[in-house]
Design a protein around this ligand. Structure first.
Ligand code: FAD
Length: 129
């Protein structure tokens, strides 16, 4: 996975490098920047896919000679990225309601894990008090 400082492209992931997916054929996920997505929210999916692919080729010159594409697609996840991380990793109220999840941090799986882990630590700490 690579996180980028490109105006359109935020994250590039080679999916078959993820754990347990090494038998899959090559496939790439391109995650757009939040501001870019907001500016182009109503554009057709095909247009979005084309723009992000062009961005990928401009950043990684070797990708200009990518093998023939078998399939492309784009999906709009309106609420997938928090615009600003929360001040806290989790919430815990005195009446016992606890909340955790990626949106407290930055929208990736490690953020979800860390949020839950820190809440778990806090709950264990509370239970022994
Ligand atoms: C298409 C896509 C691809 C992604 N790829 C990657 C990736 O490659 N690498 C990476 O690090 N991250 C990736 N992410 C982000 C990652 O999936 C999230 O960061 C992670 O799933 C967040 O975990 P979470 O437990 O906080 O929330 P979620 O996984 O969203 O879990 C929340 C759960 O709560 C349940 N729920 C919601 N409302 C209620 C309710 N009212 N009552 C009961 N249950 C409810 C939901 O059904 C869900 O099971 C991707 C996300 C998307 C959308």
């Amino acid at each position: 996975m690579a996180r980028l400082a490109h105006p359109a492209l935020n994250i590039v992931s080679r999916n078959q490098t993820k754990p347990g997916r090494d038998t899959q054929p090559e496939s790439v996920s391109l995650l757009a920047q939040l501001e870019w997505s907001e500016a182009h929210l109503e554009q057709p999916a095909e247009w979005v896919a084309e723009q992000l692919l062009t961005a990928l080729k401009s950043i990684f010159p070797s990708s200009a000679t990518l093998p023939r594409l078998i399939e492309t697609g784009a999906h709009r996840w309106r609420y997938a990225q928090p615009s600003t991380p929360c001040e806290y990793d989790y919430l815990y109220s005195a009446n016992g309601l606890a909340l955790c999840g990626d949106s407290f941090r930055d929208g990736r799986i490690e953020d979800a894990w860390l949020s839950g882990h820190h809440l778990g630590e806090a709950l264990v700490g509370r239970s022994v008090q």
